[in-house]
Design a protein around this ligand. Structure first.
Ligand code: HPA
Length: 274
């Protein structure tokens, strides 16, 4: 069922974009989806026009796919749905599964996150080295469809070391330094308590957030490679001297916009071209 739905969505994207396949997909997280609007020559499709795609309900705009040639065909997914909105995990990962079914061998996952590790500061861009799934949930629950991937997929290297090295090199070239860290997935939508942040720190987390991990697991299940990038929008609860707010998150994302665009303007052609 899932497999057929994904195949149908991929066929609709090919039909609407005129591109039989895409090479790279990028999911733009909270406060970062403005990047899609900076691309010239992109073909845009509303999520609601792609069969099976879940349509975000909460945020200002409903979600859109942008297909653009950056030396190779790239699919930008502006807007994602979250578990805390009440979506089931197969819906949460539907778009990235469709991207892999459309030919994407690389999926770039971006998000806003709280900084929990030593030295993390608002505005930092952090490559995800590994993750902690603290929710006990997985998109792979239930019967396995062998057409998607194996029953027991390896998770030794969810976030490709080679892609991280390439991103680091691009960051150095364009003057956007990138840190690396471990991302802990909490369900949300409440931010963490200070005790939860301390727990995550002791378990090895540098970042805390409410997305990306189920997508990364689903993409690895299908055998494609993942690059994860967090924008630290705030110090995590208890480390921050002030209460957390969504306004702080979006304001920091807006302030980091120029660096984020500079990085992605250089990184995406590099990933799409080879
Ligand atoms: N916690 C969880 N998710 C987040 C945070 C945070 O501090 N900041 C942005 N997204």
């Amino acid at each position: 069922m899932t497999y057929q739905a994904i195949t149908r969505a991929a066929a609709a994207i090919a039909d609407r974009t005129g591109r039989q396949s895409h090479r790279v997909a990028v999911v733009l997280g909270s406060g970062l989806s403005g990047y899609a609007g900076s691309l010239s020559g992109a073909t845009t499709i509303a999520y609601e026009d792609i069969p099976g795609f879940p349509v975000p309900r909460v945020e200002g705009h409903a979600g859109s796919l942008h297909s653009v040639d950056l030396g190779g065909p790239v699919m930008i997914l502006a807007g994602r749905v979250h578990t805390y909105e009440g979506w089931e995990l197969p819906d949460v990962v539907f778009a990235v599964r469709t991207a892999v079914a459309s030919g994407c061998g690389i999926v770039v996952l971006t998000n806003a996150a709280g900084g929990a590790g030593d030295g993390m500061a608002p505005g930092d861009l952090v490559l995800i080295r590994d993750h902690l799934n603290l929710t006990g949930r997985t998109p792979l629950l239930g019967p396995n469809d062998d057409r998607l991937g194996p029953r027991f997929p390896d998770m030794s290297e969810v976030y490709s070391a080679e892609l991280r090295r390439r991103a680091q090199r691009v960051g150095e070239r364009v003057g956007v330094p990138l840190r690396e860290g471990v991302y802990a997935w909490f369900l949300g939508p409440s931010y963490e308590t200070p005790a939860e942040v301390q727990m995550a720190r002791r378990l090895g987390a540098d970042l805390v957030g409410m997305s990306s991990v189920p997508e990364a697991v689903a993409v690895r299940h299908m055998g494609a490679r993942v690059l994860g990038l967090s924008l630290v929008t705030n110090l995590a609860a208890g480390i921050s001297p002030t209460p957390l707010s969504h306004e702080e998150v979006t304001a920091t994302a807006a302030a980091a916009r120029e660096r984020f665009h500079r990085l992605f303007d250089a990184l995406l052609p590099e990933l799409a071209g080879g």
